[in-house]
Design a binder for this molecule. Structure first.
Ligand code: BT5
Length: 259
């Protein structure tokens, strides 16, 4: 059974972006827990203005509206719990164990991308407990791509799907319900510092970035170092020649994987 918070599920045959839809709904006062799902997005969003690709009817494209009253320093954990719930759901439904690449990609066993998460806060709208609602969207590659020949050139070798990894078709609706069931308790636990620390420690357990040599790309430039930990707020700690740096948001390239 899905958590009662995530029972208002609005399933669209086609929409521009489920994140855009829920941000607009949030501005109109929609409550915590509304879920938007699409068979197809005409303008699926990645982070930093990038695009999210998925042929109609093939993958799980879902967003949730979270009004958790999270203080700004803990806001990243909203995206973390969606990523962790997706890991739970993939393990339960497919028997495949994805790892998380910080900040929030799910990777298959050989490091190809299975899913991506996009969190957007409505900083302009009416706020929950003084803090903005957050829309977290996730695209999980369920039935597409079936092989590299399905992919545009720039994604060849970098992307996989649950069907490829599990070796059999995976049901999108069952995956969605498993994700929402796992998300309920994870999102609720963000209400206390202890719960937030618990989610961060679950992230540590499945974060393949920790122990990897990384390049961090930031708006004003980048740097390299060894990713050593994530903080209780879910931020990445990177040891560099000139000391330790904590990364709140940014793109990470794994230069040399852990182990
Ligand atoms: C992400 O961005 O990984 C976040 C993706 C979030 C998509 C969901 S779907 C439901 C909700 N509604 C939305 O409009 N968005 C969310 P980023 O880390 O920026 O990755 C984007 C990059 O991944 C692209 O520039 C491509 O290189 C690559 N990419 C595009 N489609 C992909 C796919 N299906 N699988 C793997 N990689 C993909």
């Amino acid at each position: 059974m899905p958590d009662p918070s995530f029972t208002d599920i609005r399933w669209f045959e086609s929409i521009d972006s489920t994140n855009r839809y829920l941000l607009d709904e949030a501005r109109g006062g929609a409550p915590h827990g509304v879920v938007a799902v699409a068979d197809h997005q005409s303008a699926g969003r990645g982070r930093l203005g990038r695009r999210w690709e998925a042929p109609a009817g093939s993958n799980l494209l879902v967003s949730v509206l979270l009004r958790l009253g999270l203080p700004p320093e803990a806001r990243h954990l909203a995206a973390v719990v969606v990523g962790l719930a997706a890991v739970d759901a993939v393990i339960a439904e497919c028997g495949v164990t994805p790892r998380i690449k910080w900040p929030n990609d799910l990777l298959g066993p050989d490091g190809r991308k299975l899913a991506g998460v996009l969190a957007e806060a409505d900083l302009a709208g009416p706020q929950a407990h003084g803090y903005p609602p957050i829309v977290v969207g996730i695209g999980i590659n369920v039935g597409w791509p079936l092989s590299d020949s399905d992919l545009p050139g720039d994604l060849v070798g970098a992307v996989t799907s649950l069907q490829q990894e599990a070796g059999r078709p995976v049901d999108r609706s069952a995956l969605l319900h498993a994700l929402l069931a796992a998300l309920g308790p994870r999102a609720a636990s963000l209400g206390t510092p202890e719960g937030r620390a618990e989610q961060a420690s679950d992230l540590r357990r499945c974060c393949v970035t920790i122990g990897s040599q990384v390049r961090v790309e930031l708006a004003g430039g980048g740097f390299e170092g060894l990713a050593t930990d994530v903080t209780d707020e879910g931020h990445l700690v990177v040891a560099t020649g000139s000391g330790s740096r904590t990364v709140v948001a940014g793109d990470v390239l794994h230069l040399r994987p852990a182990g």
